[in-house]
Write a protein that binds this ligand. Structure first.
Ligand SMILES: [Ca+2]
Length: 92
């Protein structure tokens, strides 16, 4: 689990390219490259934009780490609801 947490943090930092927040473009790249198998609709850039608007609590057009964690929470929750996904929880 520690590895998974580090991955979540590392992926955000690398996608943000040294900035504190993800731009729309970087958010889209991150979602498409890292969550494409787990989430539907990531191929549609308008769906990803809508997703980003939903996450963007302070409406600055960027995704902060905190806002990104909201997404991870949603994704983790949906994986939990569809139990039995191989490798999803890294355990039995
Ligand atoms: Ca924001």
């Amino acid at each position: 689990m520690e590895g998974a947490i580090k991955t979540v943090v590392t992926q955000f930092l690398s996608a943000a390219r040294g900035k504190e927040d993800l731009s729309g473009k970087n958010f889209q790249k991150l979602v498409q490259s890292q969550l494409g198998n787990i989430m539907s609709d990531t191929d549609s850039s308008s769906a990803v934009k809508d997703m980003m608007k939903g996450l963007d609590d302070n409406q600055d057009g960027k995704v902060s780490f905190k806002e990104y964690m909201t997404l991870i929470g949603y994704v983790a929750n949906s994986v939990c609801e569809q139990k039995g996904q191989p490798n999803a929880a890294g355990g039995q």
